[in-house]
Design a binder for this molecule. Structure first.
Ligand SMILES: C[S@@+](CC[C@H](N)C(=O)[O-])C[C@H]1O[C@@H](n2cnc3c(N)ncnc32)[C@H](O)[C@@H]1O
Length: 341
C-alpha cells in the first residue's frame, strides 16, 4: 500500500476471502523461507508473481508525508541515555537494532514525544507468521502513514474537543495520534489500539517512554481486532474514536463499522473521526457500510487550511518535495461519524 499503488484487491465472498488472504500470506512466507534457506533464488511461478504484486500493494511504505509536526530522528542509544535515570528507563524494553527513534516537537506547552519505529524494510518472517496467526496485515509495522500525522495535527488544533473525554484510537499503528492526544489535550483517558499484537508491542513501548508527558491523562495500549467480540466494559463507553488510514481493508469494513457503533457512547456529542485517503472505492464502500449499520457521517475535503494548501501545491506541482504525490492515495478526507443526525 503506497502512494502509487493500486487499492485493495477485488472482493471475494467472506469465507473464501479469509482463506485466500491466509494462503497469500503463507505463500509470501514460503518464498521468504526458501530464499533464506538457499542461496539460490527460488524459481518464480506466475502465482508467486501475483502474490508479490499483492504484497507490494499492501506493504510498501509511503515515500513521505505532510511534515506538519517538526521531527528529527534520534539514535536509540540517545533515547536510552536520556531515560537512564528515569523509572521507565528499562533498556531492554526500549528498542533494538531493527528500531529507530523519532523525536516530535509538539506545538503545545513545549513538550515532545519520542516514538520508536521499526527500521524501514525490516519486515521479518515472524511478522508474517504473526500476521497469519492473527488474521491481520503488517501495514502497522511499515511506517507512520501520512494520514496519521494529519490526524495528530488535527487533534492538536482541536484539543478542546478532548477535554475530560474517554478516547479510543483504532488501528493506530505506532500510535502517533493517540500519543499526541494524551500529551496535548486534557483527555481523561486514551486507549491506543491495534489488532496486530506486534504493533501493540510498539504502542506499549511508546507509551512507556513518554509516560511523563501525559499529565493526568490515563493512557493504555490494547489489542483490539475489529473482527473479535469486544469486552462488555468497552461497549457504549467512548466519547471520541479516532482512526487513520483504516478503511483500505474491505474485508473488515463490516466489523470496523460495528466496532465503532458498539464502542461509541450512545450520546448526541459522541463521534468518531476518521482520516482516510479514498484509495480507489474503498473509502466510499466503507461509508456505505457505515450507513447500512445505522450510523450517520459527514465527509470533508477541506477541513484544515494548512493541510489543504499543501495538498493543492503538491497536486499543482508548485511544491516538488513529494514527487509521487497522488491525491487518491495520499490526501486523507475527514469523515465524522455519529449515531445521531
Ligand atoms: C495502514 S495501517 C495505519 C496505521 C496508522 N493508523 C497510520 O496511519 O500510520 C492500518 C492499521 O490497521 C490495523 N488493522 C488492520 N486490520 C485490522 C483489524 N481487523 N483489526 C484491528 N486493526 C487492524 C493494522 O494492524 C494497521 O496498524
Amino acid at each position: 500500500m503506497d502512494s502509487s499503488s493500486s487499492p485493495a484487491p477485488p472482493q471475494a465472498p467472506a469465507r473464501s476471502r479469509g482463506a485466500s488472504n491466509a494462503s497469500q500470506r503463507w505463500s509470501i512466507l514460503r518464498r521468504a523461507l526458501l530464499a533464506r534457506s538457499s542461496s539460490r533464488v527460488p524459481e518464480r511461478t506466475s502465482r508467486d508473481q501475483d502474490i508479490k504484486d499483492e504484497a507490494n500493494n499492501i506493504s510498501r511504505k509511503a515515500s513521505r508525508g505532510f511534515n506538519l509536526i517538526e521531527c528529527h530522528s534520534l539514535p536509540i542509544s540517545e533515547l536510552t541515555k536520556s531515560l537512564e535515570n528515569s523509572s521507565n528507563g528499562n533498556e531492554s524494553d526500549l528498542g533494538c537494532q531493527k528500531d529507530v527513534c523519532v523525536n516530535y516537537k509538539l506545538p503545545c506547552g513545549g513538550s515532545s514525544l519520542n516514538l520508536v519505529y521499526r527500521r524501514e524494510d525490516s519486515l521479518e518472517l515472524n511478522d508474517m507468521e504473526a500476521s497469519n496467526r492473527y488474521n491481520i496485515d503488517t501495514t502497522g509495522l511499515v511506517c507512520c502513514w501520512p494520514s496519521e500525522e494529519v490526524l495528530a495535527y488535527y487533534c492538536i488544533n482541536h484539543s478542546d474537543m478532548f477535554r475530560a473525554k474517554k478516547v479510543l484510537e483504532l488501528g493506530s499503528g505506532y500510535g502517533l495520534a493517540g500519543l499526541v492526544i494524551a500529551a496535548c489535550t486534557n483527555a481523561d483517558e486514551v486507549v491506543i489500539s491495534d489488532g496486530n499484537p506486534q504493533v501493540v508491542g510498539y504502542i506499549q513501548k511508546n507509551i512507556s517512554i513518554n509516560a511523563e508527558t501525559f499529565g493526568e491523562t490515563k493512557v493504555k495500549s490494547m489489542i483490539l481486532h475489529w473482527d473479535k467480540e469486544h469486552a462488555s466494559e468497552m461497549l457504549n463507553s467512548f466519547d471520541i474514536i479516532v482512526a487513520s488510514d483504516c478503511t483500505f481493508f474491505k474485508q473488515f469494513h463490516e466489523s470496523l463499522a460495528r466496532t465503532v457503533k458498539s464502542l461509541l457512547k450512545h450520546s448526541a456529542t459522541s463521534h468518531a473521526i476518521f482520516l482516510s485517503p479514498k484509495r480507489g472505492d474503498s473509502l466510499d464502500k466503507f461509508l456505505e457500510t457505515i450507513k447500512e449499520n445505522g450510523l450517520n457521517f459527514e465527509s470533508m475535503e477541506n477541513y484544515d487550511s494548512t493541510v489543504w494548501n499543501l495538498h493543492k501545491k503538491y497536486v499543482a506541482g508548485d511544491d516538488r518535495t513529494w514527487p509521487n504525490y497522488d491525491k487518491e492515495h495520499c490526501y486523507p478526507l475527514l469523515v465524522r461519524i455519529s449515531s445521531f443526525c
